[in-house]
Design a binder for this molecule. Structure first.
Ligand code: BGC
Length: 497
């Protein structure tokens, strides 16, 4: 009896020890990192030859679009403070820094006829500083800050964007590819296509008809991504030995009840989110469910052709398998119930096409963002869905994080612990995930929310001209977590061919 008690006591103490030190197993070659994006942190919006982008324009000419009327003119001033930023990243002990290039800092008008050499110098300095500090640069070529002239021609709904983006991407491979070995062509096309062309309240003459622009945008973005993937493979990969993918965002969609209609609605929601981008790059086309549903609805709305553009045979061949790895940005989960007969959805829209009603379970811990809840099991379900549905591709979690203002950010730590546990379990269950990059290293300009929403491991005081970075509790926690899991000194997140 005493022996059984001793054994029980040992197991109890051991389990407590494990959970206190957050020992969550990850594969030997697994890497950790932190992320940002150019417009959200750099500032220096009109310095040394940088051109104007759509976010400069929105924030200057339509300040009412931004919750606190703020701009990214200075943001975290990372253009001037990038060396300090590399040091805080180093101090966290992570392997990776994911950042994006500002298109209009490199090509002031968006077009490749004029290169701004200060932009090239800035990113060269940043990349060299990272490498000198043993941090792997993961570079996003486009993270939403489109050069203004390109929006004036319709942005991503204009098929000519493919050519202009290819020229820009080519310049980035040429100047930085000798040291950058991990590339992401685009960040979250689902989000920027929706925000610009479906839910837009923007001062641009772009196709803002619901249920149309969002799909034209997806079509151009996907073709462009595939062509850039091909260009990198053919012209750079052998020499530069890098890997290239795209960062796709998706939520998990859980049926609200066991009713068949709700289960079907949740499946549709997932196919219209995750599937809209995963399916084309893995299998070469939009998901069947999207094609049939939009075709049928378009006909019933008196359109002569489907509102969803088709890929040609050549496009399909190009798209299929157009990735070395896939970046997954995941934050939260929705409960879905059937909404296909909602009466105010008579007119065409993406929401009508999906036909689902999204809500959060009131029991889920919430963040300060209306769409962001702490639901770690949704992350596990999404990862295993991707494993089973999309040929278990190499995945890097390129964003995951939580919004909370306080320095003692217990809710963020709770979120990170839960999501990392789910990720650990998913890798043990065979999901081919190679790395985890949290959003964000520091508070930054949160798009339409301005500075009212905070995602940083480091708090930034935006009223202080020197923009001090102050570690939150989560920074200390994440540092310890990464330290406990430091198994290797890989220089490659995605192993070389
Ligand atoms: C975007 C980031 C953004 C974060 C938090 C992601 O969708 O890529 O730029 O700051 O979400 O909203």
């Amino acid at each position: 009896m005493e022996k059984i008690f001793q054994k029980f006591l040992f197991i109890f103490i051991f389990t407590k020890f494990i959970s206190a030190y957050e020992i969550t197993p990850f594969p030997q070659d697994f890497l950790f990192g932190v992320a940002t994006a150019s417009y959200q942190i750099e500032g220096a919006w009109n310095i040394n030859g940088k051109g104007e982008n759509i976010w400069d324009y929105y924030s200057h000419y339509s300040p009412s679009m931004i919750k606190d009327g703020s701009t990214g003119d200075v943001a975290c001033d990372s253009y001037n403070k990038f060396k300090d930023d590399v040091q805080i990243i180093k101090d966290l002990g992570v392997h990776i820094y994911r950042f994006s290039l500002s298109w209009s800092r490199i090509l002031p008008t968006g077009f490749a006829n004029e290169i701004n050499h200060d932009g090239i110098r800035y990113y060269n300095d940043l990349i060299n500083e990272l490498i000198a500090n043993d941090i792997i640069p993961v570079v996003t070529i486009f993270h939403w800050d489109l050069p203004l002239p390109l929006m004036a021609i319709g942005g991503w709904t204009n098929p000519l964007m493919t050519k202009y983006y290819m020229e820009y991407a080519n310049i980035t491979f040429h100047y930085f590819g000798d040291r950058v070995q991990h590339w992401l062509t685009m960040n979250e096309p689902m989000s920027f296509c929706t925000d610009t062309f479906e839910n837009a309240q923007q001062p641009f003459n772009v196709p803002q008809i619901k249920g149309i622009g969002i799909y034209l945008c997806a079509h151009t973005v996907l073709r462009t991504h595939a062509l850039v993937y091909k260009m990198y493979k053919n012209e750079y990969q052998e020499k530069q030995k890098g890997k290239i993918g795209i960062a796709i965002d998706s939520r998990w969609y859980e049926p609200k009840t066991n009713k068949t209609e709700d289960i079907e609605a949740a499946t549709r929601a997932l196919e219209f989110d995750c599937g809209m981008y995963f399916n084309p790059i893995v299998y070469g086309d939009f998901p069947e469910i999207m094609k049939t549903r939009i075709e049928n609805l378009s006909r019933s709305e008196n359109f002569s052709i489907s509102r969803l553009p088709e890929f040609t045979k050549d496009d399909k061949e190009l798209l299929q398998g157009s990735y070395d790895f896939i970046g997954l940005n995941h934050y939260s989960t929705w409960l879905v119930s059937d909404g296909s007969s909602k009466t105010n959805w008579r007119t065409p829209s993406y929401a009508r096409d999906v036909g689902g009603i999204m809500e959060a379970d009131p029991k889920w811990p919430n963040s300060t963002m209306s769409w962001l809840y702490d639901v770690p099991w949704g992350f596990y379900k999404l990862l295993t869905h991707i494993r089973d549905r999309y040929k278990n591709p190499i995945i890097v979690i390129t964003e995951n994080g939580f919004a909370q203002l306080e320095i003692q950010d217990k809710k963020r730590i709770h979120y990170l612990k839960g999501y990392l546990k789910s990720l650990s379990k998913a890798t043990q269950d065979g999901c081919n995930v190679k790395g985890y990059i949290t959003w964000s290293v520091m508070d930054n300009f949160e798009w339409f929310e301005g500075f009212t929403q905070r995602f940083g491991l480091y708090y930034v005081n935006f009223t202080d001209p020197s923009r001090p970075r102050i570690p939150r509790s989560s920074a200390k926690w994440f540092k310890k977590f990464v330290h406990t899991h430091l198994k290797n000194n890989n220089k490659f997140l995605v192993v070389q061919v």
